[in-house]
Design a protein around this ligand. Structure first.
Ligand code: SF4
Ligand code: SF4
Length: 408
């Protein structure tokens, strides 16, 4: 629920404007954080209909660049999630609402996602069909469907022992897209965490963290997902996450369950969630085994940098590799436009953000982009390919696991 006190924290100073990719792209106040907060307030106080505000809420990437930039402590993440729930309840046509729910359900269920991509691959479909985009409320299609790895990966054990005396038990979240498309990142994560002295537990019965649900205005579905994780990770000291969007949502479970009987359980769970870079950064890692000369630029995934305040750790870990040259790109903290399923729903603004990101990458001359979120990785890969740039996009732990020879 929107909280009037949160809305009133905005003092209209405008310091967030240049951090907002949709304002930078359009120059329109209604597509800025300040404008959106004003519109939310109008709708909350009954001076506007939610249907009038909806286009501007839909066009928000939810990147939280504004939250980092704001000197007044406006909790924008909380506001946009509540506003989206209002829009879904009061201002979305039933068919579009149904289609959006179906899309999220298919993306967040690994078996369905795998099947959907396999069928698309079999019939040679490169992009989601236009009729589907229209039904979802999108005015075009830009996103390319990702290619499935040749073989589906399953963890071979439920417990991977630590190298040396275990310092803690860490449960690994497998997630949805991560599980289906990024098995190398999971294997690298297991390899690096065990090398760092953690015993890694991979519960078989786990599922989606609920991020896509809560970011698109369906908090109750997100709660249902969270319940499964509470049980799956009951006995571990930490829950390790290697996808920025998932980690950010799981650290906010306290907020998701506010006012419910599960609030204390959710808070306790959230306190144990760690991004993989946090766990590796605080560990004593041995010297790397390989010393490849690499030129890397780091893309700050929004839900890592703005959602979790993690910007130092991934960079520091990469800089521990002696022959890595890390070159900062302009706008590293600016959203690439992927933003969950935003690039499916808002192709024009998503492409605008992607083109800016690709140009900034090009300017660095790097041959590798390090990115710690699956959506960003796929979208930036697509942008680089379309621009004809031979640049790889890898998760930082993949780069680390290769250097430490830690891939199981
Ligand atoms: S979340 Fe991102 S796109 Fe939305 S208002 Fe804030 S800065 Fe702009
Ligand atoms: S920086 Fe914060 S207080 Fe200033 S306009 Fe943006 S949201 Fe409002």
């Amino acid at each position: 629920m929107l909280d009037k006190r949160d809305l009133q924290k905005c003092i209209h100073c405008g310091l967030c404007l240049q951090a907002c990719p949709t304002y930078v792209a359009t120059g329109q106040e209604a597509e800025s954080p300040r404008g959106r907060i004003y519109l939310m307030r109008q709708a909350h106080e009954g001076r506007l209909e939610w249907s009038q505000v909806r286009p501007h809420i839909d066009a928000c990437m939810g990147c939280l660049g504004c939250q980092t930039a704001c000197p007044s402590g406006v909790p924008y993440a909380k506001l946009i999630e509540a506003a989206r729930a209002e829009v879904e309840t009061h201002a979305r046509a039933p068919l579009q609402r149904f289609m959006r729910r179906q899309a999220i359900k298919h993306f967040t269920t690994p078996q369905r996602l795998r099947l959907m991509l396999r069928l698309a691959q079999r019939v040679g479909m490169r992009r989601p069909p236009r009729w589907l985009a229209r039904r979802l409320g999108a005015d075009g299609v830009a996103l390319r469907l990702p290619t499935l790895p040749a073989q589906a990966w399953r963890p071979t054990r439920t417990v991977y022992p630590a190298q040396g005396t275990p310092k803690a038990r860490v449960g690994l979240l497998l997630g949805c897209a991560m599980q289906v498309l990024f098995d190398r990142v999971h294997r690298a994560t297991i390899g690096m965490l065990t090398l760092a002295g953690y015993e890694v537990h991979v519960p078989r019965k786990q599922g989606c963290c609920g991020a896509l649900w809560v970011h698109n205005g369906y908090p109750q579905e997100a709660q249902r997902n969270a319940h499964v994780l509470f049980e799956a990770f009951r006995t571990v000291d930490y829950i390790a996450v290697n996808a920025a969007g998932c980690g950010s949502t799981m650290k906010e479970y306290g907020l998701l369950f506010q006012g419910t009987p599960e609030h204390a359980v959710a808070e306790e769970f959230a306190r144990r969630v760690r991004d993989v870079h946090e766990l590796l950064y605080q560990a004593d890692l041995p010297a790397p085994k390989r010393d490849d000369s690499l030129t890397i630029t780091y893309h700050d995934a929004c839900h890592l940098v703005h959602g979790q305040g993690i910007r130092v750790q991934p960079r520091a870990l990469l800089q521990r590799l002696p022959s890595v040259q890390l070159i900062e790109m302009d706008g590293a903290e600016m959203c690439c436009g992927s933003a969950g399923i935003y690039n499916l729903l808002q192709p024009k603004l998503a492409c605008d953000a992607l083109l800016r990101k690709v140009q900034n990458i090009r300017n660095t001359g790097a041959t590798i982009v390090a990115s710690a979120n699956p959506g960003c990785t796929l979208w930036i890969r697509q942008g680089l390919q379309e621009a004809g740039l031979p640049v790889q996009v890898l998760h930082p732990v993949e780069i680390l696991a290769k250097a430490y020879d830690a891939m199981p």
